[in-house]
Write a protein that binds this ligand. Structure first.
Ligand code: 6GU
Length: 247
């Protein structure tokens, strides 16, 4: 997969070259290019924003500068990659594990994170005539800009790419992965067997795999009920198994 990010803060995206993603880049599973939006301005002050039509606080990013930058990235791309544009915004659709999986199936993603009060909407409207556009929010809170959301989305997508995770099964059993539809993951434990007086739950040391699976499933249900009751309420009846009715 190829990922392009256009931003006025290129340094903000450098963590994407660390850790798991850095290794994927080194192995050639992921190509990452960060582009400075200001390189696509034409005035002496390298202006990227202006006052909002209709008034109000803050500034709006200029559609002409964004469109020029996007055109340059598209022109340098393989047309067969059919890139999709991702515009992070708190006014977008929720970025979920299902959306991450959909994006992981594409060959190229171009991210356009905004600062200030966002980008002139005509940039999105115009781009959508040429490519798929996703306006996406990472949660119900407001960030100072979309760059942190890009870090989140790229990490969630890249770990789903073939060969990026050491153990592909760890993506399956994750909260919101395909192993436990609609449930949160059970808590995890490792050595020592007693930590500050706290033992490991007996079920996990029993060696009985059916027992362990039942215990983890019950803990998933308990955690989901405590932290995310709306997820439990939304489960279709067939997502429950016979043992669940005792919980
Ligand atoms: Cl994607 N951007 C910004 N600026 N704030 C957000 C967000 C995105 N998602 C949640 N809050």
């Amino acid at each position: 997969m190829r990922i392009d990010v256009i931003t006025i803060f290129p340094q903000y995206l450098t963590p994407l070259r660390e850790s798991l993603l850095g290794k994927a880049i080194d192995r050639g599973q992921l190509q990452l290019a960060i582009h400075d939006l200001r390189e696509h301005t034409t005035d002496r002050h390298r202006t990227v924003d202006d006052a909002p039509y209709g008034g109000g606080p803050g500034m709006v990013m200029k559609p002409d500068v964004w469109a020029t930058a996007l055109d340059a990235v598209v022109a340098a791309s393989d047309p067969a990659a059919a890139p999709a544009l991702i515009v992070p915004t708190p006014a977008g659709k929720p970025f979920t594990q299902a959306v991450a999986a959909e994006l992981a199936g594409r060959r190229q993603l171009i991210f356009a994170p905004a600062r200030y009060e966002g980008i002139d909407q005509r940039f999105v409207t115009d781009a959508a005539t040429r490519m798929p556009v996703y306006e996406l929010s990472i949660g119900d809170y407001v960030l100072a800009g979309g760059e942190a959301a890009v870090l989140v989305m790229v990490e969630a997508v890249a770990r789903l790419l073939p060969g990026v995770l050491g153990n592909p099964e760890s993506a399956v059993d994750d909260s919101f992965g395909t192993g436990l539809p609609g449930l949160l993951e059970a808590p995890s434990y490792t050595r020592p067997p007693v930590f500050r007086g706290l033992p490991i739950p007996d079920e996990l040391t029993s060696g009985n795999h059916a027992h362990i699976a039942r215990y983890r499933r019950d803990e998933s249900l308990r955690r989901t009920a405590a932290h995310r009751p709306e997820l439990l309420a939304a489960l279709p009846p067939e997502a429950l198994d016979a043992g669940d009715y005792q919980v």
